[in-house]
Design a binder for this molecule. Structure first.
Ligand code: FES
Length: 109
């Protein structure tokens, strides 16, 4: 069995309530993660993508929920579960990242 073409890491980091940085979990990261898993199973897209959650912060917390798609190194920000089907169809199936959800380039300088 060949490895999937894409590996998607979804930030599911959880910080204590009141933490100044907040966290992706509190911004909806868990529902994004759940939706990616649903799409994976519904589309039986096992050859196309693999989904992993990160229990540690991916850094740009204020833009959360954050996900990164490898091997492209494409970062998505402020994703909602409603965006997941579009990311799947446009990026994972058609190879075109969803521009409106891209993390601003200046975040990583
Ligand atoms: S908590 Fe998700 S990027 Fe920091």
């Amino acid at each position: 069995m060949a490895p999937p073409k894409y590996h998607i890491f979804v930030c599911a980091n959880q910080r204590p309530p009141g933490h100044p940085k907040g966290c992706c979990s509190d911004r909806g990261g868990m529902s994004v993660l759940q939706k990616f898993s649903e799409v994976l199973n519904l589309k039986m897209a096992y050859d196309r993508m693999m989904i992993s959650s990160t229990k540690s912060c991916l850094v740009p917390c204020q833009y959360g929920p954050v996900a990164v798609v490898y091997p492209d190194g494409v970062w998505y920000c402020r994703i909602t579960s409603e965006d997941v089907e579009e990311i799947y169809q446009s990026h994972i199936v058609e190879g075109k990242p969803v521009e409106r959800l891209l993390l601003p380039k200046e975040v990583f300088g």
